[in-house]
Design a protein around this ligand. Structure first.
Ligand code: ZN
Length: 282
């Protein structure tokens, strides 16, 4: 077995920076996705919870790792970082305030990352809720080409769902999700877990009769039956089907009231909190 070469960062930066970028889906653990962004030569990994699938993909596609991007401190998102750093001398971008000692380039709201080795700029959003220091990365390219806007949102937004509130408040999570709904509808949503079908069952329970939801259930069920991921989704699809982005909709409020989980006339935050609480035990 050969050891991959340690990288020379100046060599990485001399790569063809105009090459098209693509995103590889690397399944890990039971239902995690690690995202490998590459241009055919260089690659950046988002949330490497495990080093092994990343090393295997880099070798299979003959790619050099040039950066690591982290969204939050949970082990299934950062556990592979030490193993990758053994082989690749690369910067580790991550949240300033989420307690990750491995981060070499701390980031927060409003900052922009020019990803080393790639023609890729990512804007950083603070999205507290799942953890207090959680950040997301948005590529905003509107008008350049379709499918070029990306969101790497870790465990904040999921297909038809959102992350559990381990550290933050319902209001924080609600406001974090609102940052995503402000992105263009065709933004591809790269979240970190395959939870979509289970989330859709809850979505149908709280918003019965939604044609958009029924269509998504059919499409995503077919994807899973074919062994394919349901991710990435899009901001537009989430806006149309994700109850955690639709907590103000009359039908969802009615479901919460009928279930005895919300008083009539309650606030949006109350509705969001009741929805999250309901999903925890659904
Ligand atoms: Zn997490």
């Amino acid at each position: 077995m050969t050891t991959p070469p340690r990288t020379n960062r100046s060599a990485n930066l001399s790569a063809n920076l105009s090459a098209n970028l693509s995103v590889l889906t690397l399944p890990a653990f039971k239902d995690n996705y690690l995202w490998l962004i590459h241009d055919g030569s260089n690659a950046a990994i988002v949330d490497p919870g495990d080093a092994a699938p990343v090393k295997a993909a880099l070798a299979a596609h003959k790619l050099r790792l040039t950066a690591i991007l982290l969204t939050h401190h949970h082990a299934d998102h950062i556990g592979g970082v030490p193993g990758l750093l053994q082989d690749w001398d690369v910067p580790v971008f991550g949240p300033r305030n989420d307690g990750i000692a491995l981060v070499t380039h701390p980031l927060g709201e409003g900052e922009r990352v020019d990803v080393p080795g790639l023609d890729l700029a990512l804007d950083v959003l603070d999205v507290p809720g799942h953890t207090l220091g959680h950040i997301a990365y948005a590529r905003r390219n509107s008008g350049r080409d379709p499918g070029a806007d990306w969101l790497f949102c870790g465990d904040t937004l999921f297909g038809a769902g959102c992350g559990r509130l381990f550290e933050g408040t319902p209001r924080q999570m609600m406001e974090s999700l609102e940052k995503f709904t402000a992105l263009p509808d065709d933004t591809l949503v790269y979240c970190a877990h395959e939870y979509t079908l289970s989330n859709l069952r809850f979505a149908q329970a709280v918003e019965p009769g939604s044609a958009a939801l029924d269509a998504r259930v059919r499409a995503d069920s077919a994807q899973r039956e074919a062994g394919q991921p349901t991710i990435p989704s899009t901001v537009g699809l989430e806006r149309a089907t994700n109850p955690f982005l639709r907590h103000g909709e009359a039908r969802i409020v009615q479901s919460l009231v009928e279930a005895g989980r919300l008083m009539p006339g309650a606030t949006q935050v109350d509705a969001f909190a009741a929805l999250r609480e309901w999903k925890n035990t659904f």
